[in-house]
Ligand binder design. Structure first.
Ligand SMILES: Cc1ncc(C[n+]2csc(CCOP(=O)(O)OP(=O)(O)O)c2C)c(N)n1
Ligand code: SF4
Length: 291
C-alpha cells in the first residue's frame, strides 16, 4: 500500500498559495493510499491549465496533453491497457470548453475512466478570462462591464447524466478527505465517472471563494430522508441545483457494460499484453504489392 510520502513528487507545486488545486492534489494522493492503488497502476492524463500540472507534483504516471484533448488520449490508453486505472485531471475551461464533446462521447460509450474537473469558473493559467462555467454577468477581462458574460453557464453534471455517464459526483477542494473518498469510489467504479470539483481560484475569482462555497454546500447523503444515487430523476434535479444550496457527493451511480466489455479482442486481454509479431518478409511482400 503506498503512503502519502511515497506519492510525494520531486517538484513543489507552483500554484498560488491557497489555490484549490492543492486540495485536489491531496485528495488524489489520499484516494490512492485509501484504495491501495500503487503509482504504476494509475495513469493521470491532463490537458493544459494551472490544475493540469497536477501529476508533475506527485509520484505517478502522468501524461500532459493538448488543451481539451485529455479525454480521447485517456480513452486510447484505457483501450490499450484496460487493466490500468486511467484518470483525467483538468480545469473547467479545458474539459467543459474545448473538451466538452469528448466528455459527452466518453459518457455515452461508458469508457472506464474517471474525469476530475477542477472547476474554478475561470481560465486560471491564462489570467482570469471567463470560462464555460462562469455565471451569466460575470465580469472578467474578456467579459467586460456592464454586461459581463452574456452566455448561460454550462451545467456539467446534468450534461454528463443526459449523455449516459454512470457515475456523476461533485466534490469541494476544501474537504480533501471527502473528495478522496469520491475519487476512490470513482476509480473502483466500472464505467465513465465525472467528478466536478469546486476549486477556488484565489487570484482571479473573487466571488466563488472558500467562504462562498462553505455557506452553500451540503452533502446529498446527509439531507433529510437520505438520498438514492440510483434515482436518475433525483440526480438530474440535484445536478441543476446551484445558488443558495449546492449539493456535493455522489449524485448518481449505476452499473452498465463498459465500452471495453463489448470488444472481444480486449475484453480478456490487454493490447499491451499481446506482444508485437513482426514478420519482415510479409511486410516486404505487402510493400511490393502496394508500391
Ligand atoms: C488549443 C488551445 N487553445 C487555447 C490555449 C490557451 N490556454 C491555455 S490554458 C487555458 C485555459 C485554462 O483554464 P482551465 O482549463 O479552466 O484551467 P485552470 O488554468 O483554470 O486550471 C487556455 C485557454 C491552449 N493552450 N491551447
Ligand atoms: S491562478 Fe488560480 S487556479 Fe491558477 S494557481 Fe493561482 S489560484 Fe490556482
Amino acid at each position: 500500500m503506498p503512503s502519502m510520502k511515497d506519492l510525494q513528487g520531486r517538484d513543489r507545486p507552483t500554484w498560488c498559495p491557497g489555490c484549490g488545486d492543492h486540495g485536489v492534489l491531496n485528495a488524489v494522493k489520499l484516494a490512492m493510499v485509501n484504495y491501495n492503488i500503487e503509482p504504476h497502476q494509475l495513469l493521470i492524463v491532463t490537458g493544459i491549465g494551472c490544475g493540469s500540472k497536477l501529476p508533475q507534483y506527485m509520484w505517478v504516471n502522468g501524461l500532459h496533453t493538448l488543451h481539451g484533448r485529455d479525454i480521447p488520449i485517456a480513452t486510447g490508453a484505457k483501450l490499450a491497457n484496460h487493466k490500468l486505472y486511467v484518470m483525467t485531471v483538468s480545469g473547467d475551461g479545458n474539459t467543459y470548453g474545448m473538451g466538452l464533446s469528448h466528455l459527452l462521447h466518453a459518457a455515452r460509450r461508458n469508457i472506464n475512466i474517471t474525469s476530475v474537473v477542477q472547476n474554478n469558473q475561470v481560465y486560471g493559467l491564462t489570467k482570469g478570462q471567463y470560462s464555460p462555467t462562469s455565471e451569466t454577468g460575470t465580469v472578467t477581462k474578456t467579459s467586460p462591464p456592464p454586461a459581463g458574460a452574456i452566455e448561460q453557464p454550462v451545467r456539467p453534471l446534468a450534461l454528463a447524466l443526459i449523455a449516459g455517464a454512470t457515475f456523476v459526483a461533485r466534490g469541494f477542494a476544501k474537504d480533501p478527505r471527502y473528495l478522496a473518498d469520491i475519487i476512490g469510489k470513482a476509480l473502483m467504479h466500472r464505467g465513465y465517472a465525472l467528478i466536478d470539483v469546486l476549486q477556488p481560484c484565489v487570484t482571479f475569482n473573487r466571488v466563488n471563494t472558500y467562504d462562498w462555497y462553505s455557506e452553500r454546500v451540503y452533502k446529498v447523503e446527509e439531507q433529510p430522508g437520505g438520498y438514492d444515487p440510483t434515482d436518475f430523476a433525483a440526480a438530474l434535479e440535484k445536478a441543476q441545483e446551484w445558488g443558495d444550496r449546492i449539493p456535493i457527493g455522489i449524485l448518481y451511480q449505476v452499473e452498465r457494460p463498459t465500452y471495453e466489455d463489448h470488444l472481444p479482442a480486449i475484453r480478456e486481454q490487454s493490447l499491451v499484453e499481446l506482444g508485437v509479431h513482426r514478420d519482415m518478409a510479409e511486410l516486404e511482400r505487402l510493400k511490393r504489392e502496394f508500391m
